[in-house]
Design a binder for this molecule. Structure first.
Ligand code: HEM
Length: 170
């Protein structure tokens, strides 16, 4: 018989994973490099306009994806216990969970913190004129940390996706 609970949990998990990964790859491949090429005034305006909305979007989807994934894992483990042919734990799935958690932690500890710091620095600095010079050394460092964090998050998300798909189909 069709297990509705499993399907609903899988749908919520995979749906939010797509939104999380999509936003992360969009930042690494298009938004990040384009923001770096903008003039300081335009960059500050863009960050002030989309910075917190983008962060809310990515954090809420990532949190729902992780929570739904953990509930799904707990549910599958309980169901497996009731079956006569109790299948052994798949190491690929465990690897996917670890990669997913690493991506989430990088998102909160590195990406979110750097994004907030950057927005704070931009709101504290008086709006620069379009022809003013490059951003301060500290701002450049935070931007670099943000770019590295976003790249690492996308990499671990990709590894998690790979492991999950292999683990679910073994
Ligand atoms: C703590 C983090 C996570 C947990 C606990 C978790 C747990 C699970 C579980 C239990 C399944 C069902 C596997 C099965 O049907 O045998 C699943 C499926 C899946 N997960 Fe995750 N997951 C996590 C993170 C992620 C991440 C970060 C991604 C992608 C970037 C991801 C992508 C997927 C996909 C695509 C499937 C469906 C695979 C298929 O049916 O072929 N998961 N996950």
């Amino acid at each position: 018989m069709t297990d509705i609970t499993f399907i609903v949990l899988l749908f919520v998990h995979v749906g939010t994973v797509i939104l999380w990964m999509g936003a992360s790859i969009l930042y690494v491949s298009v938004l990040g490099p384009s923001i770096g090429k903008l003039a300081p005034t335009s960059r500050a305006d863009l960050m002030k306009t989309i910075g917190s909305a983008y962060e809310r979007y990515i954090v809420s989807n990532a949190t729902i994806a992780i929570v739904a994934g953990l509930i799904l894992y707990g549910y599958m483990t309980q169901v497996a216990k009731t079956l006569p042919n109790n299948s052994p734990e798949v190491p690929w799935l465990a690897a996917g969970i670890i990669f997913g958690l690493i991506a989430y932690i990088i998102g909160i500890v590195v990406v979110m913190r750097s994004n907030r710091k950057l927005m704070r620095m931009m709101s504290q600095t008086p709006t620069p004129s379009p022809d003013s010079g490059a951003p301060s050394a500290e701002m450049k460092m935070v931007q670099r940390r943000l770019a590295i964090g976003a790249g690492l998050q996308a990499l671990f998300l990709f590894l998690a996706l790979l492991s999950m798909v292999v683990g679910a189909n073994l």
